[in-house]
Design a protein around this ligand. Structure first.
Ligand SMILES: [Zn+2]
Length: 87
């Protein structure tokens, strides 16, 4: 459950919080940038540039792709349940 994610510059809990934030109900439409992600990281005093680089290496090119690609790959590792979970 708490397996280390290679190269991740923030904690697993912080990554889950980022996924939860971007995956919230009724988000603003994606602007095809990391605007929301960068804002979230900056607000928490987390390393923005290293994290955006990590996301780029893990399938995301913008906020919505963080959910489509990076959450799909690593979400379970940080305690997220997939949309098609076991329910
Ligand atoms: Zn997008």
């Amino acid at each position: 459950m708490t397996a280390k994610i290679p190269g991740l510059p923030i904690s697993n809990d912080e990554l889950r919080a980022l996924f939860d934030h971007l995956d919230r109900a009724n988000p603003e439409p994606c602007t095809h940038t990391f605007k929301e992600t960068a804002k979230f990281l900056a607000a928490k005093s987390l390393p923005v540039e290293p994290m955006l680089n990590w996301l780029g290496n893990n399938g995301a090119g913008c906020d919505c792709e963080v959910i489509f690609n990076t959450d799909a790959r690593w979400g379970e590792q940080v305690g997220r349940t997939s949309p098609e979970g076991e329910l």
